[in-house]
Unconditional design. Structure first.
Length: 160
């Protein structure tokens, strides 16, 4: 299956006018994922085109260099007393508000409900992720500036 630039725009317009919340489409030289109206997430369109000269519309998020359709990294042996904080969207993870500034949280630090804990950049929009639980940050599982997948564990917190 091949999809040219005009067909892609027409498809995205049709999806925008429908009540479709998630769509995955794969062709010989591209993969298109569209997600919207998910709780706490901004609309996301991801186009990955590994072939040289393949199209990528200006409104789509830049392709993420990763194995095709790779699931989020699996958690190692998980402790039952920890709460996972996961990515609510496909984005780039940043530990601080700007380069050169200190991180929002550190391992061993305490966080409160509503406190900013990281920035998730999606489609050139900076989304501040706030803690939904309070407690001690036990693990930060993602490196600064790394792409993250929807549902990927970013950090673990010992509640209390």
């Amino acid at each position: 299956m091949q999809l040219n630039h005009d067909q892609l725009h027409k498809l995205l317009d049709l999806i925008g006018e429908s009540d479709i919340q998630e769509l995955k489409l794969e062709g010989d030289d591209f993969r298109l994922e569209v997600r919207r109206n998910l709780p706490g997430a901004a609309p996301v369109a991801v186009v990955q085109a590994p072939a040289a000269g393949a199209m990528q519309p200006a409104m789509a998020q830049p392709s993420i260099p990763a194995a095709p359709s790779a699931p989020p990294p699996a958690a190692a042996a998980r402790r039952s007393d920890l709460v996972d904080i996961t990515a609510p969207m496909v984005a780039t993870f940043y530990r601080s508000a700007a380069p050169g500034e200190g991180p929002f949280v550190e391992v061993g630090g305490r966080i409160n409900v509503g406190q900013p804990i990281c920035i998730l950049e999606a489609m050139k929009l900076m989304n501040e992720l706030e803690a939904e639980v309070g407690g001690e940050v036990v693990e930060i599982l993602v490196e600064n500036g790394t792409p993250v997948e929807f549902g990927q564990v970013l950090m673990r917190v010992k509640v209390g």
